[in-house]
Design a protein around this ligand. Structure first.
Ligand code: GGG
Length: 352
């Protein structure tokens, strides 16, 4: 029987509540395979104790795992750039997980804040470039703390990095019923990187005549997500643009607590893929047991799909859908009074 080795990185805040909920669901979903879960206590508390979010050889420690299930990073007393760059971004960069896949769709029984749209009119998947762009970290500060201070934050877009993420998005669009791909740009204002982005998109489009393409400036894309979400199917965007737009996507879904993501390298393995809810550590509700575990459970379903356990992935997702459709068990972000544990138990009951 196949045993999947999963590294658990709950991280900070509500990550420590939603990851155990997802693990319970995964265990209940295992039929003809099993899991071996290894927990790692990496995160901001470790940083406050030792000065590092993870050990120096942390990335090596994770390398042989089949996948990583991550919760959240962030703590009120640790600068966000330290927590993000101390654990999550190094995994994406070092393992070259260049695709960050984020579905945006309405689960049955849940209402989007867009009252003028039907649930089936909001069904998109964002493909976020995940290893370069605005997040590359190139830059510096000069004359820090003086009135003459200069801060430079460079974006780095490579043709290779742009092309490979767009190719993934085209391939995905080709497999979906609507076969549409929108590229998010800002080439009117960013005449170097985003013009190259547009050129690569246009060149690839000639290889995919069956895929209907569109190109929107990021500001127009944000508006379109509200006014005409039914026109969006697969959306490819840079690291920063997609990070922002998928938080809007989470809001359209009804709560950021529902949004899931998969950090993947579909071509080669330099390390394990990483699955995580989109939300952060939410210190305002930490420790109250009311965090919505659906984003984390959905991420676990994406993980099973990526590991080739398609039937387990779809059983988990259908169980999630059954729970939201029934509407009896909901956490407060969805207007209910249920706890994280109660939602996980309801999903497990559906799995049975
Ligand atoms: N679920 C992981 C987490 O804590 N995400 C919050 C965050 O700030 N993410 C930034 C990013 O995805 O680039």
């Amino acid at each position: 029987m196949k045993t999947y080795r999963i590294a658990l990185l709950p991280g900070d805040g509500i990550g420590k509540e939603v990851v155990p909920a997802a693990v319970r669901v995964l265990e209940a979903a295992a039929r003809d395979f099993s899991f071996s879960f290894d927990p790692f206590d990496w995160g901001c508390e470790r940083y406050l104790r030792t000065g590092r979010m993870m050990p120096e050889d942390g990335l090596e420690q994770l390398r042989s795992f089949d996948a990583v299930l991550l919760g959240a990073v962030g703590h009120p007393t640790v600068p966000d750039y330290i927590s993000l760059r101390g654990m999550l971004l190094p995994m994406r960069f070092e393992y070259d997980l260049y695709v960050n896949l984020r579905p945006v769709e309405i689960l049955p029984g849940l209402d989007s804040p867009l009252q003028h749209k039907k649930p089936d009119e909001i069904r998109m998947v964002f493909i976020r470039e995940n290893t370069e762009g605005e997040y590359c970290g190139v830059g510096g500060r000069f004359k820090a703390g003086t009135p003459d201070e200069v801060a430079i934050q460079e974006s780095v877009f490579t043709r290779k990095g742009t092309e490979r993420v767009m190719r993934y998005a085209f391939e995905l669009a080709r497999k979906r019923p609507r076969k549409r791909l929108a590229s998010v740009t800002k080439s009117n204002a960013m005449q170097h990187a985003m013009v190259m982005w547009d050129e690569v998109f246009a060149a690839l489009a000639t290889e995919y005549p069956d895929v209907e393409t569109a190109r929107y400036h990021v500001d127009a894309a944000a508006a379109r997500m509200i006014t005409a979400p039914e026109t969006l199917d697969v959306v490819v965007a840079s690291n920063l643009f997609a990070d922002i737009l998928t938080d809007l996507g989470g809001a359209l879904q009804g709560s950021l607590g529902l949004a899931a993501s998969a950090n993947l390298n579909p071509v080669e393995r330099r390390g394990p893929p990483v699955f995580e809810p989109v939300h952060g550590s939410a210190p305002d509700i930490e420790g109250r047991g009311i965090a919505n575990p659906i984003g984390s459970i959905w991420a676990a379903s994406l993980m099973m799909e990526h590991l080739g356990e398609v039937s387990a992935a779809s059983r988990i997702f259908r169980a999630l859908q059954a729970v939201t459709a029934e509407g009896r068990v909901r956490t407060p972000d969805l207007g209910g009074r249920s706890t994280t544990e109660e939602v996980a138990s309801a999903v497990i009951d559906q799995l049975k």
